[in-house]
Design a binder for this molecule. Structure first.
Ligand code: ADP
Ligand code: MG
Length: 341
């Protein structure tokens, strides 16, 4: 607590009405919630035979989203990035807490933020059980809590020589969207009208949607826990995140840059490859599974309607070696500057 009281400035929304906006939307019966918003702390029951899985991530204006970004997108993303971390553990998500820091109580901003947050929370049946509301630079931090059947979590550390390496979705698109929004990338059809985001089916708007409304692969991640040997979500770029997985598993890999789809037509082959390697913000899953599980991976991908590509194999030793069209390639590094610095 401590919203506004310290400064005494006039505000259109008090702390209690901000809490009320969230409380109203999360008052029904929720899985395992004994006590939710409104007491000193929340009380939840874990499903029988399960371990608690928790993750926290914060979004700060100017660092993780542009000043003036749609509030609904900020509300969506701050939950999505956290759910993606649970997905990468093979966990089911149950509960979340939210810390909001607002420079001033802007009624419309909070309501739109809540809309984005609640829509995604309802999609995955996640209950908001508490939080804090303070005055400060615009930022939002979420802690998500979920569960896995005891010892069935998927860490980054279990990849073994001979495993196949898979990637969901089309990494690179979110970074293209971020680059377009920040004015660092250009496309002829680009128009920066927020009202067009959900409606338009054009490619630039699709890139923008990938960045502003990423879909965490939560259900698919949980489905993979019986076969994946190691998993990570691609938040910082495929090269960096796969390298982290390999490092944690003490192995190396040979990998092939997949078909980058429309990115190549829109941004050229080199920049597209760089967006794929280093762009980040896609929240796709990169995971390993033994070769004998290939048919099961395909079956689960089809069942959950998640596009999955096999991009390589785990080898003994260290390092991640990429090729494209039969030629070795590697990330150029900071090929373009972006506002996350
Ligand atoms: P305290 O001073 O005991 O921390 P607060 O006034 O900060 O109490 O919060 C009152 C209740 O509202 C608590 O249950 C808290 O978890 C919840 N809460 C506060 N801010 C938020 C928020 N942004 N989202 C969800 N719940 C919140
Ligand atoms: Mg508090």
């Amino acid at each position: 607590m401590s919203f506004g009281a310290a400064t005494g400035s006039a505000m259109s929304l008090s702390e209690s009405s901000i809490i009320e906006i969230f409380h109203r939307r999360f008052s029904g019966d929720r899985r395992g919630v004994v006590l939710g918003i409104g007491d000193d702390a929340a009380i939840m029951s874990l499903p029988e035979g399960c371990q608690l899985v928790a993750a926290t991530d914060a979004l700060v204006e100017g660092t993780h989203f542009l000043p003036g970004a749609p509030a609904a997108s900020v509300g969506h993303r701050v939950l999505a990035v956290n759910l993606s971390d649970l997905a990468a553990m093979g966990a089911d998500a149950h509960w979340a807490t939210l810390s909001l820091s607002l420079p001033e109580a802007d009624d419309a901003w909070v309501k739109q933020f809540a809309d984005g947050f609640v829509r995604l929370a309802e999609e995955f049946n996640v209950a908001l059980v508490g939080g804090d509301t303070v005055r400060g630079p615009l930022s939002a931090a979420v802690t998500v809590m979920g569960s896995v059947p005891s010892d069935q979590f998927v860490s980054r550390a279990g990849a073994r020589e001979g495993d196949d390496i898979y990637l969901s979705g089309a990494p690179g698109c979110a970074a293209a969207g971020r680059g377009l929004l920040a004015g660092e990338l250009r496309m002829a059809e680009w128009q920066a009208d927020p009202s067009q985001v959900k409606a338009s089916s054009s490619r630039p708007q699709a890139y923008r949607r990938s960045f502003e409304y990423p879909q965490p692969r939560l259900v698919f991640g949980a489905a993979l826990r019986s076969i994946a040997t190691a998993m990570i979500d691609v938040s910082d770029g495929v090269h960096i995140d796969l390298s982290r997985l390999l490092g944690a598993s003490h192995v190396g890999a040979r990998a092939v840059v997949p078909d980058l789809g429309a990115l190549v037509a829109d941004f050229g082959p080199e920049l597209s490859r760089e967006l794929f390697f280093c762009g980040g913000e896609d929240y796709e899953l990169c995971f390993c599974a033994p070769a004998v599980s290939a048919a099961e991976v395909s079956r689960l991908a089809a069942q959950h309607a998640v596009p999955v590509t096999r991009i390589g194999e785990v080898i003994n030793g260290a390092g991640l070696n990429w090729s494209q069209g039969g030629h070795p390639v590697k990330p150029a590094g900071a090929a373009f500057e972006h506002f996350e610095g």
